[in-house]
Design a protein around this ligand. Sequence first.
Ligand SMILES: *[C@@H]1O[C@H](CO)[C@@H](O)[C@H](O)[C@H]1NC(C)=O
Length: 156
Amino acid sequence: MTKLAVIIMILIFTLLLECSITKHKCLLHHGFDYVKGACFCYRYIPKKLDYQGAVDSCASHNSYLAKVNRGLIQHTLEHILAQKHDGGVRIQGIRDSGKTWRYNNGKTLEYFNWNEHGHQPDLKPNEVTLLIKKSQAYRWHDDFMYRNLSSVCQIY
Ligand SMILES: *[C@@H]1O[C@H](CO)[C@@H](O)[C@H](O)[C@H]1NC(C)=O
């Protein structure tokens, strides 16, 4: 195999790993939009829902709360939310009994964007869910499950 072929194979492999959903596949889902560079297939849910309501709403569209696991996705969401009337949205992540935040699949979150000026996360008992606050420069807050908020669902 030539060097070029190896490089191309690595490139294709990386692209496949990086992006598991195509625009075409994404747009087959009603109400979903696609941000190509970020491989982000999402649906904004303006309806204010508590945590379980948001999870169920995403599930009813075969999706999950959005996984904001790197700066590119955070920036992409900021652009999306800049055009929305409302400020705060639920994203994926739940805190276990300690300070560990986990995705649905049990993996720990490595990327965060806490509103440190707002002393976040304040880790109050029962503040076990995640919220992006537009009014706080899109920084993250930990928040209660019962709070009714808009949300962003993702297919990945
Ligand atoms: C959230 O919404 C539900 C259903 O509309 C309502 O019953 C509940 O009181 C709301 N909770 C809060 C904290 O506003």
